[in-house]
Unconditional design. Structure first.
Length: 326
């Protein structure tokens, strides 16, 4: 069964061709045009999706040596996301499905992120129930994943997402958008001998829930940046490394603390970490250390290309929908 999947919920135009569970080809156009506006402008994003989506379809079909007539199922992200962006992928998918008299499956974007751990894995590789942390620029949620189709949201952010808060703090240090990756790179330059003034931020964990809150932390970091700008005339590289290290450490401590709390509360057999923030090196180290100690397995998307917004995750979620029906 050939499945052609589309993802266009934000600023990545992505098309993927799957043969059952196997990814045959994926092409993604990441809209770097939003760097100069330091954030995604929905109308510009939609125009760029429309400009690129047909070329991407051509590329994946060429890679798979098939034509649109050979596609058995179309799939597209339905929600959540930027409405003008979503409309491009949805309209293309629906038009193709109607004109080829072929089924169309709508996929929730966040469920796509959760299912991204199933790319290049068998379902039996995952120990259920699992607790899933899904964090990116647009969302920051915890889920109890009982089994394939049984997903319950158990926590969410009350304000900013981890990625969004990194982007805002990064902007204040003149880092390019999106700043998460740059903060990660700066933090990796930290050395105990050279960096004596790492700021310590409070670990904010909203009480009696599994929710997150990053806005207080963000304000504290922004105040620290302004103080250093005043003290040093401008923010120095040492400041940037110290701030990135301290800030990233607090963010990852919060993410990991809440995820482990949820794992204990629901006594899950494993942990999944998905979304762009799962690319973060400190988060990966921290969860690896926990897993080594506790023997509780964890799963990240098999490849970095499945961490960000991508059509392969939409395709694999749709594939499992076809299995539900059979
Ligand atoms: O591209 P984007 O808007 O996509 C989604 O929301 O799905 O956002 C990706 C987010 C950004 O906030 C970016 O700063 C963050 O993920 N990010 C990271 C890393 N790479 C990307 N955050 C922490 N560490 C990283 N290595
Ligand atoms: Zn996403």
């Amino acid at each position: 069964m050939y499945l052609l999947a589309f993802e266009s919920s934000c600023d990545d135009t992505s098309v993927a061709l799957l043969r059952d569970e196997e990814l045959i080809s994926m092409h993604t156009y990441t809209q770097l045009e939003h760097i100069k506006t330091y954030g995604v402008v929905p109308e510009i994003a939609a125009r760029l999706h429309a400009d690129h989506i047909f070329d991407l379809i051509g590329k994946v079909l060429t890679d798979g040596w098939i034509t649109l007539n050979d596609v058995h199922v179309f799939a597209a992200t339905s929600e959540p996301g930027l409405l003008p962006s979503l409309l491009i992928g949805k309209t293309v998918a629906k038009t193709l499905a109607i004109s080829h008299k072929t089924p169309l499956i709508w996929v929730n974007h966040i469920e796509g992120h959760i299912f991204s751990v199933l790319l290049e894995r068998k379902i039996t590789d995952i120990q259920f129930p699992s607790v899933v942390l899904s964090a990116s620029g647009g969302h920051n949620d915890l889920f109890l994943w009982e089994w394939l189709y049984e997903i319950e949201k158990i926590g969410s952010t009350l304000d900013d997402s981890a990625g969004e808060s990194m982007d805002k703090v990064g902007r204040s240090m003149w880092l390019p958008f999106p700043a998460g990756r740059h903060i990660d790179e700066l933090a990796q330059k930290y050395s105990l001998e050279l960096h004596k003034n790492v700021p310590h931020f409070p670990l904010v964990l909203p009480a009696e829930s599994l929710d997150f809150s990053f806005s207080g932390l963000k304000s504290a970091a922004l105040r620290e940046i302004e103080t250093r700008k005043k003290d040093h005339g401008e923010i120095t590289e040492v400041d940037m490394i110290e701030l990135s290290y301290g800030y990233q450490k607090t963010i990852t401590d919060i993410l990991v603390a809440r995820t482990l709390e949820a794992q204990k509360k629901f006594d899950t057999k494993s942990i999944c970490i998905v979304g762009w923030v799962s690319a973060n090196s400190a988060l990966r180290k921290s969860i690896e250390a926990f897993s080594q100690e506790s023997w509780i397995p964890y799963y990240l998307p098999k490849s970095m290309k499945y961490c960000g917004d991508n059509a392969a995750m939409i395709g694999i979620r749709a594939y499992w929908e076809t299995r539900k029906a059979s």
